[in-house]
Write a new protein. Structure first.
Length: 140
């Protein structure tokens, strides 16, 4: 599992810049950032080198931040790569709360999944999927 930093932000000018500045001033290096938004707020999902320190720095600066365990799975960067993974998850009765993907190179993509339950990574590995370690995310 990888610890993802989740930050809830008011959808107001300058809030994202302020949050990222807070992390920069704390010496925290971000490796990936994804935003889901509504008219009133945004949910920012971040992979960074020190998630515990990042959550603490943001909380001290008045931001609402938490750590969320997610699993990252490497799949072939080809048509149907994600579909195969999701179909496998369906056969294992895994409920995917949310997901996002990014391309690492021409050969591989990383699919990040928020799945509740025990043994998710073991099931994925047993099913022939390669999970991605935090170190690999940071090197991507």
């Amino acid at each position: 599992m990888i610890m993802q930093l989740t930050v809830f932000l008011q959808n107001e000018k300058g809030r994202l810049a302020s949050a990222t500045r807070t992390l920069a001033e704390a010496g925290i290096n971000m490796h990936a950032l994804f935003i889901a938004d509504t008219q009133d707020f945004g949910i920012v999902r971040i992979f960074c080198d020190t998630p515990d320190e990042a959550a603490k720095a943001l909380a001290e600066a008045g931001f609402r931040a938490s750590l969320t365990p997610v699993v990252a799975v490497r799949v072939a960067n080809e048509a149907g790569g994600l579909s195969k993974l999701l179909e496998f998850c369906d056969t294992q009765d895994m409920n995917i709360e949310y997901a996002y993907c990014f391309c690492v190179n021409n050969e591989a993509a990383v699919n990040v999944l928020k799945i509740e339950g025990e043994g998710v990574e073991a099931k994925l590995i047993e099913g022939g999927f390669a999970t991605v370690s935090p170190e690999e995310i940071y090197a991507a």
